[in-house]
Ligand binder design. Structure first.
Ligand SMILES: [Zn+2]
Length: 452
């Protein structure tokens, strides 16, 4: 049992506006919200109210696309380190992808191993996706019954041999099953073809433009079209992960206008970085689909404003320095994935603060991902009865990303050395302050999130 506690701020995100309020919570849930100044309280010992001044208090930020890699590849990233990084970065809930752990989460048995691997290691809340690969359609119901929040599939090579991609045939088998449960099918949308003339020598030598050209927008656009077609055919909720091609936006907008159950995300790195300024031979920026040119990325920002894109994730997908080929700078051999969970929230705000108002920005990390997971009755807004997960931050304050403050397993990330706005002051998970920028981390208060 937790005793009754309260936090106060002049800027709480309540009912879609910033307002002064005191938020009371007990046993992990918000019990009462009193708007206005806290000076009126005398029945409740005012010493128990923690005053955050003008720092912005909102429902905890959620990052629903994270590769934790445990069990099996814990040397890449594990639950202990990933969820510490999340807490420091103001993220109160993550959702783990079915790869690159070993085993991959493609059966209920593997999911059990995944859940066992989290014991004692969760410092923020964590949900899980299962995976669709060729020949595991028979496992999907078992995975869903065991509590995964969605099913992830690749339409091109995933980079992990034990998680092969699917094609139309497997999708057509799986989507009626997934539709029955009305959970999302998350799709990595790239349909590779042989017509691209790829200069592998240049890519191996670290030429970023050659890498960018090897994965054209067309691949993404075609895959998005296929997923929309199947979404309509099976009325299966489809989620397009990490949209990087702005050319796919119109298709997504049209599908939404038709009322299809489709959602889409982009990642902070597609907003923060631009191909024009990515140095050759720096593999930290390698991801798939690739980071594209500035003009393209500006359209992604506009799509977050207009609602074509629903929210932002990190797609945190780290690897050790050797697998990332940091020394060689070889963009062909390097693992594709960006280490970013700790920085996603502040990097996204830094990228968007001149395009979006704060009122437009906050839902991208709170109510929108909560609704996507079907958890809007528990998370995403500050209301009585909701989980006491809070992110408390200062949008106006900036900080330099320092290697020494990194909590990921490996302190390598393209964000290191950058100056980001949106300094996280405090992170609460289930009513417990798990991170405070002055006093540090309090570990072990994260919960596993399983679908009801
Ligand atoms: Zn991913």
């Amino acid at each position: 049992m937790q005793k009754k506690s309260a936090i106060h701020s002049k800027r709480c995100w309540i009912e879609n506006q910033l307002q002064e309020a005191t938020i009371f919570f007990e046993n992990g849930k918000i019990t009462e919200i009193v708007k206005g100044s806290s000076s009126t309280f005398d029945s409740f010992n005012s010493n128990n109210i923690i005053d955050f001044g003008t720092a912005l208090v909102m429902s905890g930020a959620m990052d629903v696309h994270v590769h934790v890699n445990e069990p099996g590849r814990t040397e890449w990233e594990g639950f202990d380190t990933a969820t510490q990084a999340a807490a420091v970065g103001g993220i109160t809930t993550i959702v783990d992808m079915p790869l690159n752990s070993s085993p991959v989460t493609t059966s209920a048995t593997a999911f059990k191993q995944k859940l066992d691997a989290t014991n004692g290691k969760l410092h923020v809340n964590c949900g899980f996706y299962g995976g669709l690969v060729p020949d595991n359609v028979g496992e999907l119901e078992g995975l869903i019954e065991a509590g995964v929040l969605g099913i992830k599939a690749f339409l091109t090579h995933s980079g992990i041999p034990d998680f092969p991609n699917v094609g139309r045939k497997e999708l057509e088998e799986a989507m009626p099953i997934i539709a029955k449960y009305q959970i999302p099918l998350l799709a990595h949308c790239e349909l590779s073809d042989e017509t691209v003339k790829t200069d592998w020598n240049k890519i191996a030598a670290g030429n970023y433009q050659a890498y960018l050209q090897s994965r054209p927008k067309r691949w993404e656009n075609e895959a998005v079209k296929l997923m929309i077609e199947l979404c309509e055919k099976y009325t299966c909720p489809v989620h397009i992960v990490h949209v990087s091609s702005a050319e796919a936006l119109q298709e997504i907008a049209a599908a939404k206008a038709k009322g299809l159950p489709i959602t889409a995300e982009t990642c902070a790195h597609y907003l923060y970085f631009n191909a024009e300024t990515i140095p050759n031979g720096n593999t930290l920026f390698k991801c798939a689909p690739p980071i594209r040119n500035r003009a393209n990325n500006e359209q992604l920002k506009e799509a977050l404003k207009s609602g074509i894109l629903d929210f932002i994730t990190s797609d945190h997908s780290p690897a050790p320095p050797s697998i990332k080929e940091l020394e060689s700078g070889n963009l062909q051999k390097a693992w594709g994935g960006i280490s970013s969970l700790q920085y996603v929230f502040s990097a996204a705000w830094t990228s968007l603060k001149n395009t979006l108002t704060i009122e437009e920005f906050i839902p991208l990390f709170t109510s929108h991902p909560a609704k996507f997971l079907g958890m809007e009755d528990q998370k995403g807004t500050l209301q009585k009865g909701m989980d006491a997960d809070f992110t408390i931050w200062s949008p106006e304050e900036s900080f330099e990303v320092l290697q020494k403050d990194n909590r990921h397993r490996h302190s390598i990330s393209p964000y290191i050395g950058e100056r980001l706005f949106g300094k996280v002051k405090s992170t609460y998970v289930g009513g417990v302050e798990v991170f405070n920028y002055q006093t540090g981390l309090k570990k072990g208060f994260g919960k596993r999130i399983l679908n009801k």
